[in-house]
Design a protein around this ligand. Structure first.
Ligand code: HEC
Length: 103
């Protein structure tokens, strides 16, 4: 029994570690890897995660528009944050994570 739970724990840790590189869409990991450089600092005028005033007019456009702009780019925001290796689902998960504190 102990051996089994240890094996399960190791498996879970490995999965969590692999998530940022895998199709498994982990919004937080993708944000940390691909979006944080601009969206934590406000670089190039990027709306900062958790800044309700900056996000209010953007969130009003609807989540689908935000997904589209994140995937295709808008203004100084490069398509997929410049990480063209990300799938659309991964970018959407990162958008969900980004707007979650202001919804
Ligand atoms: C190189 C800097 C940079 C990176 C990296 C970046 N962004 Fe942005 N992002 C911006 C800027 C600048 C804007 C504001 C664009 C504008 O409205 O003119 C923006 C705006 C957005 C918006 C709002 C779009 C709208 O319709 O108002 C979303 C959503 C977004 N980014 C998601 C992401 C996601 C998800 C990632 C990571 C996959 C990411 N960004 C990575 C710079 C960046």
């Amino acid at each position: 029994m102990n051996k089994l739970s240890a094996a399960l724990l190791v498996g879970a840790a490995t999965l969590a570690f692999a998530a940022s590189a895998q199709a498994e869409a982990d919004g937080e990991a993708i944000y940390n890897q691909a979006c944080m450089a601009c969206h934590m600092t406000g670089a190039a005028g990027a709306p900062i995660r958790g800044d309700a005033d900056a996000w209010a007019p953007r969130v009003e456009q609807g989540i689908d528009t935000l997904y589209t702009h994140a995937i295709e780019g808008i203004g100084a925001m490069p398509p997929k944050g410049g990480q063209m290796g990300l799938s659309d689902e991964e970018v959407q998960a990162a958008v969900d994570y980004m707007v979650e504190p202001v919804l």
